[in-house]
Design a protein around this ligand. Structure first.
Ligand SMILES: [Zn+2]
Length: 124
């Protein structure tokens, strides 16, 4: 997730316990994204799970799902990874984020995924 792409961003500071900061550093390095992008991904997941964010539009083509993220106001690409039978978010650089959660909890998208012949393990 590289910001800004044209949209405005807000800058603010945050005080964290050192243990939390170290955890964010560790996970950001594992994903290969900045700590800022990781925090944004975490907030997006929270927003999806709590009804503050939604997928406005989605297309499935060539092994990828393109979703329009309401809060980001941009397209996010999700790739179906065949050997693992999992979805990978190109934006959040993970197999487990709010975008994937929202896709798996959308009845119509699940039907479209099934139609593609994709087999995806259940997520929480
Ligand atoms: Zn994502």
């Amino acid at each position: 997730m590289v910001r800004p792409r044209g949209g405005a961003t807000e800058r603010w500071s945050l005080r964290l316990h050192p243990e939390v900061d170290k955890l964010l550093d560790k996970v950001a390095k594992e994903r290969g994204i900045s700590k800022n992008s990781l925090v944004e991904s975490i907030i997006l997941e929270w927003a999806y799970r709590n009804g503050y964010n939604k997928i406005l539009h989605a297309n499935i083509r060539n092994g990828r799902i393109a979703v329009w993220d309401f809060l980001l106001d941009e397209t996010v690409h999700i790739t179906y990874v065949e050997p693992e039978h999992r979805l990978y978010c190109e934006n959040c650089k993970t197999y487990d984020c709010g975008h994937i959660w929202a896709i798996m909890h959308d009845k119509d998208l699940r039907k479209k995924i099934k139609k593609e012949g994709w087999i995806i393990a259940e997520i929480s």
